[in-house]
Design a protein around this ligand. Structure first.
Ligand code: ASP
Length: 424
């Protein structure tokens, strides 16, 4: 059986088992409830956490090594600047489209009308960094510290600098490059090893999550939940295929077949960062994007491009405004588009951060930040769905950029979807 099919089975089985355990654990103190608590906490949690830890383990070395190779292949020329500007522009454009679509549809559906206030939990927003701080922070003072902290933008800056310097260092640079290229192969093999554990890891992650998910909270907020899912679906299945066709002329159906493993991982881990090794593998080995493009666009996208998160923030803003009976007006909506696009840049690709940066958006238009407490109960499941969209968006932009730069292999794109990339 193909590995991607096995992962899909692991996912479905995990959701089913989790849902059954959720029902069983209702009878508190009974034997089945204790058994299900033991399974969830001592088996699923342990295996799932180890699996996510192993994925995260690869992120920093993968980005560093792969981007050094990629930027050294590009060298320091006008083309690199053009590629970077194109990537950045497309990331911002897709996010702005996402948030606009969310605001438009949320205003048609009115998810927050008739909501009873005061039935949510507590929410304390952390301090949001200023734009100035964000900009200065992109440049590392210590590359080792950047790696220890997993600060992706700083690692990107350092890797590009090193890769470009290698091309300009003649023979010594070539020698170092050879080492990095071999190192890159080794890390890709580690990703392959991990992929074979994926069906079990994904099963445990989802079984634990669904055993704890409060279905009641989702029913209470069905209109909000449904609106976010609807806009996420429209963006994923409408906007992305359109952009792909328009900018690169590629068949969107083939694209989705190729990107499937990354979508499944984004959903299971709710983290663009943890999914990055898979996204990189998918971009290079299944879509056919050259390493010199993917090694830059994928980590950058996982860090700054969050279309799904922006969609949640758009719908949440309208929902909270309606629940608190505040009219933010057209100017307010424009401010939301600008802030949510920037918030998406500042949202780290880890679970739940989208809610924290939502505080920034709400503050910008003078809405009560406590409103977040209203939607926090359903955020975990939405986080998974929006992360799948975030990761897909990174792949769409990477594909468009690679195609336009002629660093794209159509043979891989058209053939690989029927074969399993992860078999050695
Ligand atoms: N979990 C999301 C991601 O990693 C970020 C968020 O929306 O919270 O892409």
């Amino acid at each position: 059986m193909k590995l991607s099919s096995k992962i899909l089975i692991g996912m479905t089985a995990g959701i089913a088992v989790g849902a059954v355990l959720n029902v069983l654990s209702a009878a508190e103190g009974s034997f089945v409830a204790n058994l299900s608590a033991w399974l969830v906490n001592s088996v699923f949690d342990v295996v799932g956490s180890i699996f996510v830890a192993s994925l995260k383990l690869l992120v920093v070395p993968l980005v560093f090594v792969s981007l050094v190779c990629g930027s050294s292949a590009m060298g320091l020329n006008a083309r690199m600047g053009q590629m970077a500007a194109k990537t950045l522009g497309l990331y911002l454009l897709t996010t702005a489209i996402a948030i606009s679509l969310a605001l438009l549809l949320a205003n048609v559906i009115d998810p927050g009308m008739g909501i009873e206030l005061g039935d949510g939990g507590e929410f304390q927003p952390g301090p949001a960094p200023s734009v100035k701080e964000v900009l200065i922070n992109i440049f590392p003072t210590n590359p080792v510290q950047a790696m220890v902290e997993g600060n992706m933008l700083q690692i990107i800056v350092f890797s590009i600098l090193m890769g470009v310097a290698m091309t300009h260092s003649g023979e010594p640079g070539r020698k170092v490059l050879e080492f990095f290229q071999s190192f890159n192969e080794v890390i890709m093999t580690m990703v392959n090893f991990l992929m074979h554990l994926a069906p079990y890891g994904v099963f445990c992650l989802l079984a634990k999550l669904f055993s704890e998910l409060g279905i009641g909270a989702i029913l209470d907020l069905a209109k909000y939940f449904g609106t976010v899912v609807l806009v996420l679906g429209l963006h994923m299945l409408g906007v992305y295929p359109l952009l792909l066709k328009l900018f690169s002329g590629l068949n969107p159906l083939t694209f989705f077949k190729n990107v499937r493993p990354a979508i499944l991982f984004g959903f299971s881990t709710a983290s663009s960062n943890a999914t990055m090794p898979i996204t990189m593998n998918v971009a290079e080995k299944r879509i056919g994007i050259d390493n010199s493009i993917a090694s830059f666009t994928v980590p950058l996208g996982a860090t700054i491009n969050m279309d799904g998160t922006a969609i949640m923030q758009g719908v949440a803003t309208v929902f909270i405004a309606q629940a608190f009976n505040v009219d933010i007006g057209i100017g307010g909506y424009l401010a939301v588009i600008a802030t949510a696009t920037l918030a998406s840049v500042g949202t780290a690709g880890v679970p739940g951060v989208g809610l924290i940066t939502l505080a920034m958006v709400l503050q910008q238009v003078g809405l009560p930040v406590e409103g977040i407490a209203l939607i926090i109960g359903v955020d975990r499941l939405l986080d998974m769905i929006r992360t799948a969209v975030n990761v897909t968006g990174d792949c769409v932009v990477s594909t468009v950029v690679a195609k336009s730069e002629n660093l794209f292999d159509p043979a891989i794109y058209n053939e690989v979807s029927d074969r399993d990339t992860f078999q050695p």
